[in-house]
Design a protein around this ligand. Structure first.
Ligand code: CP3
Length: 341
């Protein structure tokens, strides 16, 4: 069961045509999502397994992606630890983390109940997916979740998170065991791979990242060899200069944003999958201009022999943005398969 092309990418078996999945492929740009969202809150769409499966199926049915992704959000572990959570549509916690209230966070065992709803969501999505599609799950990276726990307004710079860095390790003492249970739950329920999305980690200076964040990531993935992938937004090759991101790592693969030269990455990475990295903002071009840019990008990849681009998963540098024209998403899937065949 699962998608052969995605499984080839995981095992780095050379192939002409890569598998395709987009981060936030289910979301506000998509009419299917908008119709469901008109009737249900975002939280309901995540917590009702039937609805979560329906949302995740939308982009598979409409655009024929090879891989479906669990429809959920990475902030639910914070809610599970007792922090409260609403969306409007940007997330708001009931309280932010401080030295004084750190002790009020629920223990991983107590908090686990709060993410259990994902078990049924993964199961239902797997049941509804065609046999030849893969399913992946996801959790947030500990630094990214820390920034959401700390910042009252989540904007660039993350001044408060950096000022409160002393709370990161004590926070991780509770958070990381919960995330491990969360990963295990998604794998047990039928996710083939679980992604760690570390959207805020690229905001850190590389040595700080290597010293403080990577040890927490290592603790998270070492128990799940080759089952967990990692994405860092805005990271550089300096951030990835660690054994965790090299041959012999327990990681299943990495997602790269559009700042990376994907050909150089493919030639250099010797383990697991390489997901990325078309610039999602280019999906806003007019259909004709978009076609030109997508063709240029894909032809550049076609210039590599299949052995040189083993592991590649065709995707975006980050997530599909709200109001992206559906037509260009459809076109990108079609062009990937047409040019790389
Ligand atoms: O990829 C998928 O199709 C699965 C769904 C998914 C969502 N969020 C759905 C969502 C995934 C993988 C995420 C991850 C996520 N959530 C990240 C990491 C990846 C990234 O996008 O950088 C982050 C930082 C969050 C936290 C979060 N949740 C934010 C910042 C927001 C949106 C705020 C805004 O105004 O844009 C959400 C809400 C959210 N998550 C929506 C969706 C479809 C929109 C909610 C709505 O319909 O109102």
């Amino acid at each position: 069961m699962g998608n052969i092309k995605f499984q080839n990418a995981l095992s780095r078996t050379p192939q002409m045509t890569p598998p395709i999945w987009f981060m936030r492929q289910a979301g506000r740009y998509h009419k299917h999502y908008q119709a469901l969202r008109a009737k249900h809150s975002f939280i309901e769409l995540c917590k009702n397994a039937e609805l979560a499966a329906e949302v995740a199926m939308g982009p598979i049915q409409d655009f024929d992606f090879d891989v479906a992704i669990l429809f959920s959000d990475l902030l639910f572990p914070l809610e599970a630890m007792g922090m409260g959570l609403t969306y409007d549509p940007s997330p708001k916690l009931g309280w932010n983390l401080t030295d004084e209230n750190l002790k009020n966070l629920r223990s991983p065992d107590e908090a686990f109940d709060g993410v259990l709803f994902q078990r049924e969501a993964v199961r239902r999505t797997r049941e509804r997916l065609p046999q030849d599609k893969s399913l992946i799950g996801f959790v947030g990276g500990p630094w990214t979740l820390f920034t959401y726990a700390i910042e009252t307004e989540h904007k660039g710079g993350l001044k408060d998170s950096k000022r409160m860095l002393r709370l990161f390790e004590p926070f991780c003492k509770k958070l990381v065991p919960l995330l491990k249970k969360n990963i295990q739950l998604q794998l047990d329920a039928g996710a083939e791979t679980v992604m760690i999305f570390d959207t805020s980690a690229g905001e850190l200076e590389p040595y700080l990242y290597l010293d403080r964040i990577v040890p927490q990531l290592e603790a998270m993935v070492s128990e799940f060899p080759k089952r967990v992938g990692y994405y860092i937004k805005g990271g550089t090759s300096a951030h990835l200069r660690h054994r965790l991101f090299q041959e012999g790592t327990p990681l299943a693969g990495l997602g790269y944003d559009h700042r990376f030269d994907i050909r150089q990455v493919l030639r250099g990475e010797k383990f697991g999958f390489v997901q990325g990295n078309f610039d999602q903002a280019l999906l806003f071009l007019s259909p004709d201009e978009f076609k030109m840019e997508a063709e240029r990008y894909l032809m550049n990849l076609r210039a590599l022999r299949p052995e040189e681009r083993a592991g590649w998963v065709s995707g975006l540098g980050h997530g599909v943005l709200p109001a992206t024209p559906e037509e260009n998403v459809r076109q990108f899937v079609r062009l990937t398969r047409e040019i790389l065949k």
